[in-house]
Design a binder for this molecule. Structure first.
Ligand SMILES: C[S@@+](CC[C@H](N)C(=O)[O-])C[C@H]1O[C@@H](n2cnc3c(N)ncnc32)[C@H](O)[C@@H]1O
Length: 219
């Protein structure tokens, strides 16, 4: 390694350490709501990074502060720097602003359509196996189940599906404008799809369910 490359790598390493220190300090000072957002983003980031997915599908992009999109994009960037550059995030939202904000970002394709329309696009045009599916769009039981059932067949054996809002913090949060009825969908999957999916729900941050499709050699 020549001096220039050595200096470059020291600078990159320093920036990494400084970012971690800043983040650790920020965690002491941010309000609880913001802390929960950071924790959610970090959980999604770490799961995505560990899974090293080639194809991520996100239903419900969310606007600028979107935790999930940012988490998945961060994971794709780290993977690229570590030599796994082929990953791609496909994301959809009915809100045009949410999709516009992703314009020009690398390794991302945004679709300004409903999840039902996106399911048809996936089936008829993209038709790729999915390594990581994230469901966080309409919070009604009917639609979140429809979303799961439409995309689940594309998830690879041993692939993951993450669902947010599966454990409302209280009864008020069972309203559709908060976590809604997604917990019913997680419960339905547990009761009716256990031949093909195992599911576990983290009962915090409004509930994050981690589903794994059967197919591994081990269990
Ligand atoms: C809870 S927000 C997503 C938050 C985002 N995933 C994050 O982590 O910050 C839900 C998003 O789903 C979108 N949405 C709701 N119903 C939808 C549907 N049927 N099809 C597509 N997008 C939908 C909304 O416009 C909203 O941006």
């Amino acid at each position: 390694m020549n001096i220039r490359n050595l200096l470059r790598s020291i600078r990159a390493e320093y920036r990494g350490i400084a970012a971690i220190a800043e983040r650790a300090f920020a965690l002491h000072t941010v309000p609880d709501y913001r802390l929960n957002q950071i924790l959610l983003e970090d959980i999604l980031f770490n799961i995505a990074l560990a899974a090293c997915p080639s194809v991520i599908v996100e239903l419900g992009t969310g606007r600028g502060g979107s935790k999930s999109s940012r988490a998945f994009r961060r994971a794709l960037t780290v993977m690229r720097r570590r030599g796994h550059g082929g990953g791609h995030l496909y994301t959809c939202d009915v809100d045009p602003v949410a999709i516009e904000l992703l314009a020009g970002k690398s390794q991302v394709s945004g679709f300004n359509v409903t999840t039902d329309q996106f399911a048809a696009v996936w089936r008829d045009q993209i038709n790729k196996p999915i390594d990581l599916l994230f469901i966080d769009a309409d919070h009604s039981h009917e639609q979140s189940l429809k979303d799961f059932l439409a995309f689940a067949p594309f998830v690879r054996p041993n692939g993951l599906c993450l669902m947010h809002d599966t454990h409302p913090v209280d009864e008020e949060h069972e309203k559709l404008r908060y976590s809604g009825e997604v917990w019913r969908t997680a419960s339905y999957i547990k009761r009716h799809c256990s031949d093909e999916w195992e599911i576990s729900t983290l009962p915090f941050l409004s509930g994050i369910s981690i589903l794994r499709k059967a197919g591994s050699k081990y269990f």
